[in-house]
Design a binder for this molecule. Sequence first.
Ligand SMILES: NC(=O)c1ccc[n+]([C@@H]2O[C@H](COP(=O)([O-])OP(=O)(O)OC[C@H]3O[C@@H](n4cnc5c(N)ncnc54)[C@H](OP(=O)(O)O)[C@@H]3O)[C@@H](O)[C@H]2O)c1
Length: 250
Amino acid sequence: MRVGFIGTGEIAAAMVEGLSGRGHELLLSERNAQVAATLKGQFADVQVAANADVVAGSDVVFLCLMADVARDVLIALPWRADHSVISVMVDVPLADLARLCAPAHDIALTIPLSAVAVGGSVLPCHPESRALIELFGESDTIINVPSEAGLNAHFAASALSAPLLTLMQTGSQWLADQTGDPQGAETYVAGVFAGFLRQMSEQGADFDQLLQSLATEGGLNATLKEDMAHAGAPDALRAGLNNLKPRLGI
Ligand SMILES: NC(=O)c1ccc[n+]([C@@H]2O[C@H](COP(=O)([O-])OP(=O)(O)OC[C@H]3O[C@@H](n4cnc5c(N)ncnc54)[C@H](OP(=O)(O)O)[C@@H]3O)[C@@H](O)[C@H]2O)c1
């Protein structure tokens, strides 16, 4: 498949890394020039071109711009009715994309995160996209979300990433303060959570079951969980997610 990327930044680079070596022609836009040049140097199936040439030379086009730039850039590109367009952009609704990318009409939204570079990531998608399934269906899990509002709620949930990683980093730094071994602390904390996530993916465990196994009254986990609840951590998280709703139209 000829796969184009408009916007060659952080998330486009991760998708290119994930797709490279799978028999596709990958065509990247010239900006960011340094990222595009690095990817071209790294992967034999990557070429770099101007925005219009990326669109003209692709069957599937991933839109990886910031929303404010997208509105100016996309309208001027040579879209065809047979393009499949997949936007990863927050803040650009499907109705706007339909106008900006006309006459293309096979248009979908998805939310890759950096793990798409290594496979095994989760890609919520609305509406269903055959192109996304063909490109990532074997390496990653695609969740078809029935509404745009639901997809946007996944955008909000994707913002759990930085807060939760920050909590793990804080715990890891605290452990390192006690042991004097930052590397060992990070390996331990990451390993503990990787273990839980493996139980979920390989044994079908859910959050309730995992938390139940950590709920021994008076145990360390129950004690710390209660301390954090008293400090308002779960409420702050829910409030923060709710604060994203107006922006996301949900
Ligand atoms: N990062 C993530 O984990 C993530 C996850 C899900 C969705 N997204 C979405 O992905 C989109 C991009 O995010 P990002 O983190 O990848 O941002 P980014 O690294 O800033 O990438 C944006 C890219 O757009 C390029 N650009 C700017 N003007 C352009 C133009 N006229 N023509 C072509 N390219 C142009 C920028 O190039 P210059 O550097 O030269 O300006 C940059 O390479 C956002 O809408 C975001 O919501 C990101």
